[in-house]
Ligand binder design. Structure first.
Ligand SMILES: Cc1ncc(COP(=O)(O)O)c(C=O)c1O
Length: 407
């Protein structure tokens, strides 16, 4: 795209932003399947290594396919946001091998021994594991409260000056709970805390945490951003450009959490349809939730789009739509969950989320099979709970498959 025309719409950004014209006039950026990059002469090599000349050196350090993804994601997360001085917000993004690799860079770059991370009790399992089981070996520990209650957050911050980071994930995996980004970010800033937000479930199409003065955003790009279930990936975005280019970049480079050209290529192309997909994902989800809510086999539906959901107001305040993730409880418990999963014909039995097809999983017999019942029930993961990522198929077909499986 010519750099002269500024794009006024988010979908145009998704399709065109930061695509560099290819020297061979290839329509799409080719897959730069090259581990290393060459120099015309030794002096050019010297200029590249000294930083005097910009250019790629080695694909663990950077690659043209990563660059296109990173710049596009920065354009998406900052779209329409201005700094307090009125200038457009600038972000730096770093593509990683997975969401967990991006989260690891985020935590390691900002925390040192003795520091604590304040977070919500409902979090993606991998994030919880790194906070509870990995970082404590380095004397970095979590403080876990119910962040939907601002008083609990304030008390924790007041009590413990070693809390250096507020880590949010909203909507949260797997409970779909939402926390108030604006309120919590404002509070954390009063205590000089860094604020980070996992925006995987919402994507920047539905929610832009940088609007609320957070410092970092992470994504598992594996999900809605890629959209087709073709690659694992993650991204870390930050507004402290200098820190991102020094500390974050060095960590990705030295920990080796880089992506690869093929996965980056898939992501570039997947992201082009994010807007169209999210519209359909979300409109289908709203109807599916209504259908489940009135189905006699279903005891309860957890979907932020339903007005009686406890986080409905927060979700609607900070999200364009409440998203495409939900869970529901079957009256027939564990065996009801197993039977339901076995009857599915069109919808897909699997973990993960955010692909074009509707994905369902039964945590009690799958992801949380080895977690003791009392432990998982504390997190709302009951015997009959089903988690669903609503796809973009025709609504009638999703409803028909659910209906015959609930019978
Ligand atoms: C909210 C959230 N954050 C992070 C991750 C980790 O991402 P990845 O599997 O790409 O490492 C996941 C994975 O499911 C997730 O749901």
């Amino acid at each position: 795209m010519s750099n002269k025309l500024s794009l006024s719409g988010f979908d145009s950004v998704l399709v065109h932003a930061e695509h560099a014209k290819d020297p061979n006039y290839s329509h799409l950026t080719p897959i730069y399947a090259s581990s290393t990059f060459v120099y015309d002469d030794a002096e050019q090599g010297m200029r590249r290594f000294s930083g005097e000349e910009k250019g790629y050196i080695y694909s663990r350090w950077g690659n043209p396919n990563f660059t296109e993804v990173e710049r596009k994601l920065a354009a998406m997360e900052s779209f329409g946001i201005n700094n307090p001085d009125g200038n457009p917000l600038e972000l730096e993004a770093l593509l990683h091998a997975s969401g967990m690799a991006a989260i690891t860079t985020l935590l390691v770059m900002n925390l040192k021994a003795g520091d604590k991370v304040l977070t919500h009790y409902s979090l993606y399992g991998g994030t919880e594991e790194i906070l509870r089981n990995v970082l404590p070996a380095f004397n970095i520990t979590p403080v876990i409260v119910d962040l939907r209650d601002i008083k609990q957050a304030q008390e924790a911050l007041e009590r413990d000056p070693s809390i250096r980071m507020l880590y949010l994930e909203t909507p949260a995996n797997p409970t779909i709970q939402c926390v108030d980004i604006e309120l919590l970010s404002k509070l954390a800033k009063q205590y000089n805390c860094i604020v980070a937000c996992d925006n995987t479930f919402a994507t920047p199409y539905l929610q832009q945490p940088f609007r609320y003065n957070v410092d970092f955003v992470v994504h598992s790009t594996t999900k809605f951003l890629n959209g087709h279930g073709t690659a694992i990936g993650g991204v870390l975005l930050g507004k402290d450009i200098e820190k991102m280019r020094s500390k974050a970049y060095t960590l990705r480079k030295t920990l080796g959490g880089n992506s690869n050209p093929f996965d980056a290529f898939l992501l570039i192309n997947g992201m082009k349809t994010l807007g169209l997909r999210m519209e359909r994902h979300c409109s289908n989800a709203q109807e599916v939730a209504k259908f489940l809510n009135s189905h006699p086999a279903v005891a309860k539906v957890n979907y932020n789009g339903l007005p009686d959901h406890p986080d409905h107001a927060v979700a609607m305040r900070q999200m364009k739509y409440p998203g495409a993730m939900m869970s529901f409880e079957l009256k027939k418990g564990f065996q009801g969950g197993v039977d339901f999963m076995n009857r599915l014909q069109m919808c897909t039995r699997t973990v993960s989320l955010g692909t074009c097809d509707t994905l369902l999983c039964h945590p009690a017999s799958m992801t949380h099979f080895s977690v003791p019942k009392e432990a998982r029930e504390k997190y709302g993961i009951t015997d009959g709970l089903i988690r669903m990522s609503v796809g973009i198929e025709n609504l009638e077909d999703i409803l028909a498959d659910l209906d015959q499986s609930l019978a």
